[in-house]
Write a protein that binds this ligand. Structure first.
Ligand code: 2M8
Length: 425
């Protein structure tokens, strides 16, 4: 095992609560949905049994209707706000015993279960968890495909990329006059200029308070103050449906529903290709017009194998690796930026508004590999490893200097490094 892998493992060990691996020691003490899935993908390389435990802990938070929540509050005795009291999940029909949020997050979990199974096959574990994954994916199509397009909508920025500029306009529209006062524990740990603003948080709170009135189950965009058909979320879903179909076949079942869903989502995403911009268009359901946003989500269909090879090459050359958009430049050599440099809202330090994130790079490496752009994938993989080697396992990084930003010793950065290193299982 390399030195880098050793350090990555020590981060995961330090963040291990016994029941689950928290995203980071002080800033994120609860269990988050896609963090745990990405952590399990790293654990598959070193300790699949521990990775399975991660999945089980997350599924304790599943609701009766199938939703796997974005946060599971296993232990309320920690400093984090807004926490369980904001959601009051116990008051909602079908909520689990453990307190959770009322939202979901990008469904990476089936992909994690596949990684664990490929590392060391365990059919009884598949029998245990596949029905739960099936129920969650079904829930997404049933509850969130508001426009019948085959693509699902997110109803809160916390379901995808928090303060990404693509959500600015939708947040600006919200009524905030009845938002009760709230506390932000992140402010006790991190620099304000690396986090969402208070104005962003007022918007987040306004949406939660509105969704609470319908037990977090809006029946239509009219009931959801924020409804956004996020390309990144749907790309993760398409890949997860492929992986779920693969897992069902391992159990000797057809996996036909998941396979058909993967095709449906992929076909709908393909229809979002913008031939001028060489990326995919997003859709705010309240605005009703597809648009190119200059946010990295517009590259994510690569991860789901949506583009054909010529499109993938254009997406790489003209967007992902282009100096005026997401790629490296002589002055800012670290890629991939989370917002295009040509977007006036690009901010090199502020959270999802520009910095480089390891999980995004990992998704894009996978996509490039999947589409046969091997040299390009290798370049991005090596760059990402150089970044964590130089700057540690931070939550995100300044694309110009590589300076670590946000929380240090961040679990998914460490876990995905284990996967990028291709450590033998
Ligand atoms: C961030 O989100 C939480 C709220 O859910 C926060 O800002 O406090 C996001 O980066 C999210 O994607 C991530 O899952 C979570 C934990 O790492 O932190």
């Amino acid at each position: 095992m390399t030195k880098l892998a050793d350090v990555a493992l020590s981060v995961l060990r330090a963040n291990n609560t016994g029941l689950f691996v928290k995203p980071a020691a002080d800033v994120y003490p609860f269990q988050w949905n896609w963090d745990s899935a990405l952590i399990a993908i790293g654990l598959a390389r070193v300790d699949a049994a521990r990775g399975r435990q991660e999945v089980r802990a997350l599924l304790r938070g599943q609701w009766a209707d199938g939703m796997v929540p974005h946060m599971v509050f296993h232990d309320a005795n920690v400093d984090y706000s807004p926490g369980p009291e904001l959601w009051d999940s116990a008051a909602c029909p079908g909520a689990p015993l453990v307190a959770t949020s009322g939202l979901t997050q990008p469904p990476v979990l089936a992909t994690a279960v596949r990684a664990l199974h490929e590392a060391s096959a365990d059919l009884s574990f598949l029998e245990e968890v596949l029905p739960a994954l099936e129920a969650w994916h079904l829930w997404l199509h049933r509850e969130r495909d508001f426009d019948g397009s085959g693509l699902v909508a997110i109803v809160h920025p916390w379901e995808s990329a928090d303060n990404a500029p693509r959500f600015d306009r939708a947040l600006a529209r919200l009524r905030r006059d009845r938002v009760p006062a709230f506390d932000r524990s992140d402010r006790r740990h991190l620099a304000a200029d690396e986090r969402p603003t208070d104005r962003d948080y007022e918007g987040y709170m306004a949406i939660v308070h509105s969704l609470r009135r319908c037990d977090y189950r809006p029946r239509s965009p009219t009931e959801a103050p924020f409804a956004y058909v996020d390309v990144s979320f749907n790309s993760v879903l398409a890949a997860a449906e492929d992986d779920l179909a693969w897992l069902w076949r391992e159990l000797g079942e057809g996996g036909a529903r998941a396979a058909a869903a993967a095709t449906r989502v992929r076909t709908a995403l393909a229809g979002r290709w913008d031939d001028d911009a060489a990326v995919y268009r997003e859709l705010d359901l309240h605005r009703g017009e597809e648009e190119v946003t200059g946010n990295v989500g517009e590259l994510m269909p690569l991860y789901a194998g949506v583009p054909d090879e010529p499109q993938a090459r254009r997406l790489f050359r003209e967007a992902l690796w282009a100096a005026d958009r997401y790629g490296p430049t002589p002055e800012a050599p670290w890629a991939v930026t989370t917002v295009s440099r040509s977007n006036p809202n690009f901010d090199a330090r502020r959270y999802w508004r520009g910095p480089v994130w390891v999980n995004i790079n990992w998704f894009l490496v996978r996509g490039l590999e999947r589409l046969g752009l091997t040299a390009e994938a290798e370049e991005l993989r090596r760059m990402t490893l150089r970044l964590v080697e130089a700057s540690g396992f931070s939550e995100y990084y300044d694309p110009a200097t590589g300076e670590p930003l946000g929380s240090r010793d961040f679990s998914w950065s460490a876990a995905l490094t284990l996967d990028l290193l291709r450590a033998p299982p």
